[in-house]
Design a protein around this ligand. Structure first.
Ligand SMILES: Cc1ncc(COP(=O)(O)O)c(C=O)c1O
Length: 304
C-alpha cells in the first residue's frame, strides 16, 4: 500500500496519518463495520472509477443489513469518492470506504456508539502479483468453510466476516499456495478468500450461485455479462469439489484480484497448466473495458 495525501473522515479531508480511531471503537473490538473495495483506472480519457455506484449501493445495503444507520446515500458517497481522487491527484487507485461504530458505550450492543464514515484511496498494483495474473496462481481447498447464511450475511461486506477469509488465506500461504478456495457448510464450492470463482468445462462457464454463501461480486457480474455478450454459455450452479479438479479452466474474479487464472488446485494441474482461452478472453475483455475501449460498457465508468 502506498500512502496517499488525504483521507476523508466524517466529511473532512485529513492528512493520511491523522485518520485514526480509538482503540475502544466498537468496530475494532467486535468487527462492526461495513466496507467496499473499488478501483479507479487510468484511461486515455482520464481516470475512471469502475462501477462506482454499484459499489456504493452495496455499501449502503451492507450497512442496512447489519442495522448500521448510515446517514449518507449511495449518490453522496459517489461524490465523496470522486472528490477524494481529485484531492489526492490519483490516476489509478484502490478505494476503501469504511462505515463503522466508533467508541461509545462498552458491550455488544453497538447502538450507543457513534457511526463514522471514512474513505481512503491509494495506489495498488496487481493484488495477486503480475506473475500470477499472467501465468495463473496455485490454490488449495481450505479446511475452513465459508461463512454460512445461517450465522452471517455473506452477501454483505461486514468487516468481522473477514476473520473467516483470514483463516483460509493464512492456511493456504502456510501450506505454500497463493490462495485459498472455500467450500460452504454443505461442502459445495463457494469462493476464494476475497474473490469469486468460475470454472470452464467443455466450453461452458460455471460459477456458484448466491445460495452457496458467496459475496455477490461486482466483477463476477461484469465477467458474466462480458462472456455472455461474446456468446458463451455462463451458468450459475452448485459445484462439487471434484468438478474443480476436472475443469478445463478455473479463474477468480474480484476488484482487487481482477481476473486471475488458477493453474493448480490441491497439487492437481488445471487444464494444461496455462491460463485457458476463455480465461484469457475474460481477462482481455475486462482490461479493455476498464481502459474505456468498449463503448457499450462506458456506463460502468465514472470519469473523475
Ligand atoms: C469475500 C469476497 N468475495 C468476492 C469478492 C469479489 O467482489 P467484487 O468483484 O465486488 O470486488 C470480494 C471482494 O470484494 C470479497 O471480499
Amino acid at each position: 500500500m502506498e500512502p496517499a495525501n488525504k483521507i476523508w473522515v466524517d466529511g473532512d479531508f485529513v492528512d493520511w496519518d491523522d485518520a485514526t480511531v480509538h482503540f475502544l471503537s466498537h468496530s475494532l473490538q467486535y468487527g462492526t463495520g461495513v466496507f467496499e473495495g473499488i478501483r479507479a483506472y487510468k484511461t486515455p480519457e482520464g481516470t475512471a472509477v469502475f462501477r462506482l455506484h454499484d459499489h456504493m449501493v452495496r455499501l449502503v445495503a451492507s450497512a442496512r443489513a447489519y442495522g448500521l444507520a448510515m446517514k449518507e446515500t449511495a449518490e453522496e458517497m459517489d461524490e465523496v469518492c470522486l472528490e477524494l481522487l481529485r484531492v489526492n491527484d490519483l490516476e489509478s487507485a484502490y478505494i476503501r470506504p469504511f462505515v463503522f461504530y466508533g467508541a461509545g458505550a462498552f458491550g455488544i450492543n453497538p447502538k450507543a456508539s457513534p457511526i463514522h464514515n471514512y474513505m481512503a484511496a491509494f495506489y495498488l498494483g496487481s493484488y495477486m502479483g503480475d506473475h500470477g495474473v499472467q501465468n495463473g496462481i496455485t490454490t488449495m481447498v481450505s479446511s475452513w468453510r465459508r461463512i454460512s447464511h445461517t450465522s452471517f450475511i455473506p452477501t454483505a461486506k461486514g468487516s468481522g466476516q473477514y476473520l473467516n477469509s483470514v483463516l483460509a488465506k493464512q492456511e493456504a500461504l502456510r501450506a505454500g499456495y497463493d490462495e485459498a478456495l472455500m467450500l460452504n457448510d454443505v461442502g459445495l464450492v463457494s469462493e476464494g478468500s476475497g474473490m469469486n470463482l468460475f470454472t470452464v468445462s467443455r466450453g461452458v462457464v460455471y460459477t456458484p450461485p448466491v445460495s452457496s454463501g458467496i459475496l455477490e461480486g461486482i466483477t463476477r457480474d461484469t465477467v458474466f455479462e462480458l462472456l455472455t455478450g461474446e456468446g458463451f454459455e455462463v451458468v450459475q450452479t452448485d459445484l462439487a469439489r471434484g468438478s474443480l479438479y476436472t475443469a478445463d479452466e478455473v479463474f477468480l474474479t474480484g476488484t482487487a484480484a481482477e481476473v486471475t487464472p488458477v493453474r493448480e488446485i490441491d497439487g492437481r494441474i488445471i487444464g494444461t497448466g496455462e491460463p485457458g482461452p476463455i480465461t484469457r478472453k475474460a481477462q482481455d475483455l475486462f482490461s479493455d473495458l476498464v481502459a474505456a475501449k468498449i463503448p457499450e460498457y462506458r456506463h460502468w465508468l465514472t470519469f473523475v
